[in-house]
Write a protein of this length. Sequence first.
Lengths: 180, 662
Amino acid sequence: MSSVTKHRLLLLLPFTIFMVLLAYFAVGLTQDPSKLPSTMIDKPVPVFDLAGIDGGPGLASTDLTGKVQLVNVFASWCAPCRVEHPLLVRLAREEGIVIRGLNYKDKPEAAQAFLNMLGNPYTSIGADKDGRVGINFGVYGVPETYVIDKAGRIRYRHVGPLMPQDMEDVILPMLRELAK
Amino acid sequence: MIPEIGHYALVLALLLAIIQGTLPFAGAAKRNAAWMEAGRMAAYGQLGLIALAFLALMWAYVVSDFSVLNVVENSHSQKPMLYKVAGVWGNHEGSMLLWIFMLALFGAAVAGFGRNIPPTLKARVLGVQGLIGVGFLLFILATSNPFIRILPAPPDGNDLNPLLQDPGLAFHPPFLYLGYVGFSVAFSFAVGALIEGRVDPAWGRWVRPWTLVAWSSLTLGIAMGSWWAYYELGWGGWWFWDPVENASLMPWLAGTALLHSAIVVEKRDSLKTWTILLAVLTFSLSLMGTFLVRSGVLTSVHAFAVDPRRGVAILALLALATGGGLLLFALRAHTLKVGGLFAPISREGALVLNNLLLSVSTAVVLIGTLMPLVLDVFGHKISVGAPYFNAIIPFLAVPLVLAMAVGPFLPWKRADLAGIMGRLWVAGIVTVVAVMAALWAHGVKPVMALVGIGLAAWAFAGALWEIADRVKLFRIPLSDSLSRAGGLPRGAWGTSVAHAGMGIAIAGMVGTSFWLTEDVRVMARGEKTTVAGYELTLDKVEQAKGPNYSTEMGFFTVRVDGSVIATLTPERRWYPVARMQTTEAAIHTTFVSDLYAVLGEPSPDGKGWVVRIYHHPLVPWIWMGSLVMVFGGLLSLSDRRLRVGVPQRRANPVPPTMQPAE
């Protein structure tokens, strides 16, 4: 290949990379990030057993059966988590909802400081230091919240911070329905 | 009636944009002056019409016209006037209107200012601006019309997200957009040059002021956004590596690279192909930021309402603009002549290093932001977050900042690094002194903090010493130095001021990241606590009512050595219409550090409140440094060489000794 041709091909590189990226965007658009991947719907939660943070109660998949509850994926380094946190605290205190925490890729001491600061809405917390359990859940980003039914199956997934609207329009009615 | 006028003005603006996006190209190809002139007139017309539309929407907000859907969804009659006005762009439709308004502003500015630009290039630049306008106007009219009516009109609106009801955030989007959209001019110049098949030093000089305007605005916009996050989210974090923040950081990094490589084009007629590519990429990253934020592909705190139809439309715009620009680059860039050669150790070499590090940083941020999306397509699930960025970015930032102080000392073509380092001894001493001071104040750990402070001092002192060195401070009589300083081009001052600002900002980032003190406790009325030498007493907690919220305010008296220095009143607000709670931190700043207090929930036993108090050393410097950087950008912009015509290339270049020493 002559150097001129090589040079011309090099100039084509940015365009090619962009086209690949564009294809991803196009596929990404067809997938609603707030929907569970089809493989996870109504499946039991992945099997796991995690220690707690700072000596507190840990979290295992066996804890997620018998009661309708929420699993909230959070991290001290995540800004949206701080936005939704007051709502979680209110839900746990005022509505008596069981919320389990999955502390995703975080340092336990940082997570503990985060909870001391903002309040602890979690019945128990699993320290998912390497994010392995999060991956099995299909965590896309933090925060995420999962609705788990009595049989320990994932019924709904919310991506991003929970807003009062989501809570009242989707999550609370669903919890009531599942609790019947 | 007025909303209909706004709507109609947008349709007319679209027609003018179509003219602006076609006629000038034909005119430039056929050398038809009248057709080229039509592009100029269309640019003025567009500005007038879009300004009219923008004012019409603003009017609907100001008078709370709840027959307009957009106003219902984002405003409320009880909202303070500032946020009624800011509400115009605090939502998807309105922010797109702001975007296109900025675009029209830049289009008209190019039409009005660039008198010394060859008419064909100017016509083509305006043509490209027109095409971008066509795309976005179509997008607004088809999928995001802010003027849609709702019947019957509801009695009141839904209110703006209370987190966004804040003076810092009210003006954050306009500056951010001024930056994003400003890079469209660099993009248009690049596309124009590719069509013409010619890039010369004059091109570098024409494109620089626009890049400077965009860069300065973007710097200010990002700084305001981070300042907002700092005091509004209630824990003093100032950067989260949130996708939306990254979307603004990527064009900033690429734009910074562009700003520097355009200098090489202007002064040395080199790096031309690369600079053209950067100009295309910088605006593409701005567009991609818009796509990521608006399409809902990535979720984030800042995201607005999501609509898949809009996602497809923005993706199409991105594909056409970036894809078109890059395809043109692939087909035409070989026509650009390769310019002057240089040794690795030289001013050009330093600027290439700058570009390399900034581009890699941009790629790192891009990958970190998009990786979840890309792997999602394959069915894998991962998420990167702050840990990923914090692990990689410092390794790129350290050499960048080290080189930043050295670069301006280097002469063009080739340089003697050892000799230059010898001239930087003052900066070296300042660095050592700063590290010693940090060591004395905070101890040896963490070592990264000392490295960071050393870097900040190096950048700051290096930037100032560069000016001192140029005016031969202390080597010739002071009055001579001063007159030399007055004679230095504003561009040189701009460089130094902006680099010094970067040093100040880095010190702020390092200080608050490593030396933060925090105290979280339950406090009852009358209780005291001491944080970093400040004694805080919680005097009382009172209920109060704001215009569209109710609030609980804590009153803290702050004492140092027994004497009162401040009263802090953090709040916890409840916005009933939006059903959201926000915390309003109270901050006492000494400009060297911040004392930051937040009032939390009442404690479960009802006796006190959870109170969070932080001491953030050096944190105000992040934003002071950013402002200094913006000022540097504006200084450089005021350089008269950017305004007066470019001198024609001389047949016999003057000997290097006669060239300005920069």
